[in-house]
Design a binder for this molecule. Structure first.
Ligand SMILES: [Zn+2]
Length: 721
């Protein structure tokens, strides 16, 4: 009975969507796309290498284009540029790696054949002499109730681990076959460094990495670029080792690698110290340089928010530059498809958005980013320095390498289905006659390999727009053959060069598609969110909370000198349910200044969780073990606004108040009765995901005593009729 009420609501909502007006989309000019791609991939720009003359010239040219289209600068000091400080690090052949067993003969490894390494701490020389610890996959993931470390102290040690993540066919456990960020090698280095490791050895297995050793060897054999250090913990020896080398290593400790692999599949896995040390002498050449992101904006009409919001479009402009070591005539990596095409689309979007009258409520921000081919460096810097932007991005739409092959009948938007924006994407795709193509190889983790990821990981809903394989006038096999030819003969090769006969009408169509999505995002009333339980949901919560003044919070408590005070987020569910209340916890600080544990004194579990999540990341100056009691009130105040950022007010030392606007929930929100027997009655708010319907149930105080309870229910998505 009650379920039918829900069904009715969803049908009404679906009808509302169908009646909505079709977006007016201005014409994107294929000829302009053609001209931009031709110029950016010409010899004159020398392959747009990061830190090279051609890359800098491309950035200047893009800024001029933004200016000529009438966009405002959105970079530093009224310019179109955001400086991105970088460092090139190359491991030199004098580097040595030796496995030293507790007893027996040391084994010296051969650079590039047996291992590759890079000194992320960016010093010319580093010496490692530390015990090797097998840590399984090296993953800590509360969403998946997984922790390979079990409190193990990795400080001063070398981690040995497998690339990828625990095997799964269950979509609710590490997303089934699809790779989550926990499986990427970048995560392994970040997590082990965060835990204080000095070096990490990733065991390369072709099937798990989805690419052969040659790829590792080629991309790690030369110079690697990094963002200049900003206090983030880094490894002195960030390394990969060959599978057979790993086999020998664990055998030196009397263990079997296949058995270790099996053990690593279990939730009960605990780190295993090997009776073997890594003795490494890492010698590197260090080359600091600066590169730039190019930023421009079209101002929105609504500046009422504390900080105006914006839809962000990104495309990387860099490619591999010039390689004088190659044969003459083949030295320039033109990067016509990758990513001349994305830049062409970005500039066309900039042009038509600048001419859009009236401007939408939210601003439109454009970022042509650098260093993508070096590991998403420009976008990484952008994502980590959102405070440098004049507006707050609420959605990132990225374009990366769209081969100009004619009119696509499919579109790829992987990652969009993980956000509350997906219904809009589906609707727009339909209007454009585009079928949404699912990710053909979710196990390869493509989501984590392009610039949108840098924004996604800091909490901004983000995805790339690209074409699928089915083009108008051709069968699927033709599209597949084109893609295969590109990957084998052009991708990341000098042969990714401009072809005069290319047909840019399809790229224009996908730019128009992106315009329509941008229009929807820039005008909608609700927020765009990562769906509940998504790996980036937490990051989005952090993004929407404000800094706390640590000195004021601990004023009068000389034993508590704060080093880092993580902001406290207002839990989205609590905000949506208008759940408020006081919390109190007791915090125990260890000698090294980290928070050892917290004890609950009082408060609603949902609010306490948010408080404890933040406080666990607080850091103090080292000293004797200390403890203190922290009070924190959660309040909802003010008028409805889309701004979900929580402001933290210091009431007095050790007493905080976290305040948030009640906000709209989602544009598809509605209120429904919750079944009595399931939830004790009360009202709920509902929103939809791609294949699920969520209901946030608010259970009245009479049922649970003092505080209203909140519960998130997942319901089957009703069929739209
Ligand atoms: Zn590329």
């Amino acid at each position: 009975m009650r379920k039918s009420v829900l069904l009715c609501c969803c049908v009404v909502l679906a009808a509302g969507i169908l009646l909505a007006q079709k977006t007016h989309v201005p014409k994107i000019d294929p000829q302009r796309l053609h001209d931009t791609v031709k110029y950016l991939s010409s010899d004159e720009l020398e392959g747009r290498g990061t830190g090279q003359k051609g890359g800098d010239a491309a950035a200047n040219w893009i800024a001029e284009q933004f200016k000529s289209h009438g966009l405002k600068p959105a970079g530093a000091n009224g310019s179109y540029f955001q400086d991105v400080p970088m460092v090139g690090v190359r491991a030199l052949p004098t580097t040595t790696f030796t496995f030293v067993p507790a007893s027996g003969t040391p084994v010296e490894l051969k650079n590039l054949d047996d291992y590759v390494t890079s000194n992320e701490t960016q010093t010319e020389s580093a010496d490692v002499d530390a015990p090797i610890v097998f840590v399984g996959y090296g993953i800590t993931s509360p969403e998946n109730k997984w922790d390979d470390y079990k409190g193990y102290d990795l400080r001063g040690k070398v981690a040995l681990l497998f690339v990828s993540e625990p095997e799964s066919n269950d979509p609710n456990f590490f997303k089934g076959k699809a790779l989550t960020y926990n499986g990427r090698w970048t995560y392994k280095f970040e997590e082990t460094a965060r835990r204080g490791a000095v070096g990490t050895l990733i065991i390369h297995r072709t099937d798990l990495a989805s690419y052969p050793w040659e790829v590792v060897r080629n991309s790690w054999g030369g110079e690697r670029s990094y963002l200049r250090l900003e206090g983030t913990p880094k490894l002195q020896a960030a390394s990969w080792i060959q599978l057979e080398v790993a086999r020998k290593l664990v055998a030196m400790g009397g263990l079997n690698l296949d058995n270790l692999y099996k053990q690593a599949q279990s939730r009960d896995f605990k780190p295993i110290e090997l009776p073997v040390r890594l003795k490494a002498h890492v010698v590197s050449s260090i080359r600091p340089f600066a590169s730039r992101n190019v930023l421009a904006m079209v101002e929105g009409s609504d500046t009422d928010h504390r900080r105006a919001e914006a839809v962000l479009y990104t495309a990387h402009y860099d490619h591999f530059g010039i390689d004088p070591a190659r044969a003459k005539g083949d030295q320039i990596y033109h990067g016509a498809v990758d990513n001349g095409t994305g830049c062409g689309i970005l500039l066309e979007l900039a042009r038509v958005w600048a001419g859009t009258k009236p401007a939408p409520p939210r601003s439109i921000l454009f970022a042509a980013v650098t260093g993508e081919e070096q590991g998403l460096l420009g976008s990484d810097y952008l994502g980590k320095h959102l405070d440098q932007l004049p507006v707050q991005p609420i959605l990132d739409l990225n374009y990366d390498a769209l081969a100009p092959l004619g009119i696509p009948e499919e579109v790829e938007v992987s990652g969009a289905e993980r956000t509350t924006f997906y219904s809009e994407v589906e609707k727009t795709a339909k209007e454009f006659g585009l079928a949404i193509k699912p990710d053909a190889h979710p196990e390869a983790g493509h989501y984590y390999r392009s610039d949108h990821f840098s924004l996604g990981r800091v909490g901004i809903p983000a995805f790339s727009i690209s074409e699928g394989l089915k083009f108008k006038g051709h069968d699927l096999a033709w599209g597949e053959a084109q893609s295969k030819d590109y990957v084998e003969n052009h991708y990341h090769k000098p042969a990714d060069a401009f072809v005069e006969s290319w047909d840019f009408t399809g790229d224009a169509k996908l730019a128009e598609f992106g315009y329509a999505l941008g229009q929807a995002a820039a005008t909608r009333s609700g927020e765009i969110k990562w769906l509940p339980g998504d790996e980036f949901e937490k990051a989005q919560m952090k993004l929407t909370s404000m800094d706390i003044d640590g000195a004021a919070l601990f004023a009068g408590h000389p034993a508590l000198l704060p080093v880092h005070v993580e902001p406290i987020a207002y839990p989205p569910l609590a905000r949506q349910a208008r759940l408020t209340g006081a919390t109190q916890i007791k915090v125990f600080v260890a000698e090294d200044g980290s928070v050892e544990r917290t004890d609950t004194i009082t408060g609603h579990p949902l609010l306490l969780q948010a408080l404890v999540d933040a406080v666990r990341e607080w850091k103090f100056q080292p000293g004797d073990p200390r403890e203190f009691i922290l009070r924190c009130e959660f309040v909802v105040s003010g008028i409805n606004t889309n701004d979900s950022r929580a402001s933290t007010i210091l009431v007095e030392p050790l007493y905080l108040r976290v305040a948030v606007h009640p906000g709209f929930i989602y544009e598809t929100q509605s209120v429904a009765r919750v079944s009595d027997n399931e939830n004790g009655g009360g009202k709920g708010r509902k929103f939809r995901g791609p294949d699920r319907c969520y209901l946030i149930a608010v259970i009245p105080s009479s049922y649970f005593g003092q505080t209203p309870a909140v519960k998130l229910l997942t319901l089957e998505k009703p069929r739209r009729s």
